[in-house]
Design a protein around this ligand. Structure first.
Ligand code: BJ8
Length: 425
């Protein structure tokens, strides 16, 4: 790997801690990812992206910043990427998937906060996220209470946070509120970038972002085959990388991977044997490098065939209707597309239960593991309804965090669950 020390210094990272973090990440990647057998060749690109996660991509974003493009960081799939791209911005999902800087974070937020919030605070406070340092704007949202309140503190620390108000329900009034928030965000992006968002720019952005979604939908459909042509770990990685890779290149490389997977499906070639128990994971998002649950499940003789999660289906399930002929109409379509994301922060949220059921059917899942990050109240609570909704296949709830302390206990539970799934076959 090229020496990026000078760039990291310029960006203001904590160099020693950062080197340590990259070392841990590289070791984890080798043992979890590179040890897998029968991986598609198309994963080489994604391996490369990971090897350059704090290198080449940072360099690209840094270059974009020097060219005066605005760098916008996000933590939620509710933030409309199309508006950021239409203002010639770069949209980046910020680091939030590893147990980093927890003690620093706990000086500002309670110990019993979900790992994702603790991580985004921790990455910043420990000087370990190059992306957050490069941002001109960080866009938060009023989803769960933890995020809402954490953004207030995050703004004190970074002075760059802008919050979109997401309603709790989906009535007509709520939809109007959300549309007004989408318009306000358009105004904000125009102000930050100094560029007018035009119809033409929105059309182009819509096509780029839909391109990514279509490629991911294709990947998702291919996982319905038995044997699955790709491991759950690899598919998860693609769904994580979409949040920070260059969008056009990402789409090309994901489609190339899918071409190869299509061929594998035709030839009956899989990343795992035919007939292995097929598991759908549903619940809280798994930000990179959170590979914990997939690695336990796939190390226990099953294959993960889908993620009903924001790092997964909820991110790409709905396309934006590109049939608009004015900026205002585009904003209406954007608002309505994003309102169709069924996050547990909404009440009631029966649509999510329908999504889980439909994924069990379309992906031919033999079991559902409901995954909640500890202290993630929306998903921990909604697990009750999800369990009652899924009546045709076994269902198990798991609550965990990013630490490795409970690995032994989780393995025991997952193995017992997989045995039960096999027993029903
Ligand atoms: S649309 S799931 S990305 S809010 S894990 S911080 S919910 S306590 S991340 Fe999410 Fe947007 Fe919803 Fe998706 Fe809170 Fe839960 Fe933590 Fe969470």
């Amino acid at each position: 790997m090229k020496d990026y020390t000078k760039m990291w210094e310029e960006i203001g990272l904590n160099l020693d801690a950062h080197t340590g973090l990259l070392g841990v990440l590289t070791d984890a990647y080798k043992s979890i990812y590179l040890s897998q057998k029968d991986r598609p060749n198309g994963m080489e690109y994604f391996d490369f992206v990971i090897s350059e996660v704090h290198g080449l991509r940072i360099e690209e974003v840094y270059e974009a910043k020097k060219e005066r493009r605005k760098i916008v960081g996000t933590f939620c799939v509710y933030v409309p990427e199309e508006i950021i791209l239409a203002a010639d911005g770069v949209c980046i999902g910020l680091c939030a998937g590893a147990e980093v800087g927890s003690s620093e974070a706990e000086r500002f937020i309670p110990r019993n906060t979900c790992a994702l919030i603790k991580a985004f605070m921790g990455f910043k406070l420990a000087g370990l996220c190059p992306y957050v340092e490069l941002t001109d704007l960080i866009v938060g949202e009023t989803t769960c209470d933890g995020k809402k309140k954490a953004y207030e503190i995050f703004n004190e620390i970074t002075k760059k946070v802008y919050v979109m108000e997401l309603p709790d329900m989906k009535s007509e009034g709520d939809r109007r509120l959300w549309l007004s928030e989408v318009r306000r965000f358009r105004d904000k992006m125009e102000e930050v970038s100094g560029k007018k968002i035009t119809l033409e720019a929105l059309r182009k952005a819509a096509s780029v972002v839909n391109g990514k979604r279509k490629a991911l939908q294709r990947l998702s459909r291919l996982r319905s085959a038995d044997p699955s042509p790709i491991s759950g770990l690899d598919a998860l990685l693609v769904n994580q990388i979409v949040f920070y890779d260059d969008p056009v290149r990402f789409t090309q490389m994901t489609n190339k991977l899918c071409d190869e997977l299509e061929d594998r499906v035709k030839r009956g070639v899989g990343a795992a044997e035919r007939g292995l128990p097929r598991i759908l994971i549903s619940g809280s998002p798994m930000a990179i490098p959170n590979w914990k649950l997939h690695s336990i499940i796939e190390g226990s003789g099953a294959v993960v065939v889908g993620e009903e999660s924001c790092v997964g289906e909820r991110n790409h399930r709905n396309l934006l209707d590109e049939n608009f002929s004015s900026v205002d109409e585009a904003l209406e379509k954007i608002a309505s597309r994003y309102m169709g994301i069924n996050c547990a922060c909404f009440t009631p949220n029966t649509e999510r239960l329908d999504d889980i059921k439909s994924l069990v059917d379309s992906l031919h899942a033999d079991g559902v593991i409901h995954y909640s990050l500890q202290f993630c109240t929306p998903y921990m609570m909604e697990a009750y309804k999800a369990e009652r909704a899924i009546t045709n296949v076994p269902f198990m709830r798991i609550e965990t965090d990013y630490s490795m302390e409970d690995i032994g206990q989780l393995k025991g539970r997952v193995e017992a669950f997989i045995e039960m799934v096999k027993g029903r076959a």
